[in-house]
Ligand binder design. Structure first.
Ligand code: ARG
Length: 258
């Protein structure tokens, strides 16, 4: 074997190695696919989830919260807007993996979904048009009036339970979205809206409405996951627990509540 043969063989070996490396990197190497967490939310509930009118994006405390959780547990987030009363059915049907929608942990709901540890506490509030004559101080002052709520919410349950218990003559209108209810309040089709107090505070900043009364309900919000998915639930709870004690959480809250 003369020198030029050795050179050729050496060159061939180098080329072969280079080719196999290229083939490996571009065709064979498994690209790490980020798992996607499909998050259902009803984006009519500032400051938790609402549509940013300039960017048309769904934003809010719940959105930043799930993004942070997802980052910690190795998921990418896909936000899926769904009317509030469609969220639990969508979770059960496997169309979404998690609900982040200011959802109150209730016994009834806990029968059909698993809830994370609580991340927020809230009461209900009655809102009316700012500066108007009508100033209800509680549910009893809503007699003879028309009141808006969102379908499937604890506010809807609160007012219907009250009516059933007291036989009060109160007209209840249920809306797919709290934004639509607020608009009907502003244009005079409703006398009042019952909504979670932190949301009432945000609506008060954004629209010509004001809180007229608070109703203590002591609700706690949780993220909801399909029943029996212990692995995801444990991962979410662990991440949530870390976040709730962090500066990041404080920053998210101040970003959306000012
Ligand atoms: N906390 C209330 C409930 O669980 C209202 C939640 C409404 N959420 C929303 N994103 N519109 O019933």
């Amino acid at each position: 074997m003369n020198l030029s043969k050795i050179t050729i063989i050496a060159l061939l070996i180098v080329v072969a190695i280079a080719v196999s490396m290229i083939v490996y990197y571009f065709y064979l190497k498994p690209t790490p696919v980020k798992k996607v967490l499909r998050v259902g939310t009803s984006p009519d509930f500032p400051p938790f989830e609402f549509i940013n009118e300039t960017t048309n994006e769904i934003v809010g405390i719940d959105i930043d919260l799930v993004k942070l959780i997802a980052k910690k547990i190795g998921y990418e987030v896909e936000i899926v807007p769904i009317d509030f009363d469609g969220l639990i059915p969508a979770l059960q049907a496997g169309q979404i993996d998690l609900i982040a929608s200011g959802m109150t942990i209730t016994e009834e709901r806990a029968k059909v979904v698993d809830f994370s540890i609580p991340y927020w506490e809230a009461n209900q509030a009655i809102i009316v048009v700012r500066g108007g004559q009508f100033k209800p101080r509680g549910l009893e002052d809503l007699v003879g009036k028309t009141v808006g709520v969102q379908t499937g919410t604890t506010a809807e349950i609160l007012i219907t339970d009250y009516i059933n218990k007291t036989n009060a003559n109160i007209q209840v209108k249920s809306y797919s979205s709290y934004i639509l209810a607020t608009q009907d309040l502003l244009n005079g089709r409703l006398d009042a809206v019952i909504v979670d107090e932190p949301v009432a505070q945000a609506l008060q900043r954004k629209y010509n409405v004001e809180i007229s009364a608070s109703i203590e309900t002591g609700e706690k919000y949780g993220l909801a996951i399909k029943k029996g998915n212990a692995e995801l639930l444990n991962a979410v709870n662990k991440a949530l627990n870390e976040i709730l004690n962090s500066q990041e959480w404080y920053d998210i809250i101040s970003k959306y509540t000012g």
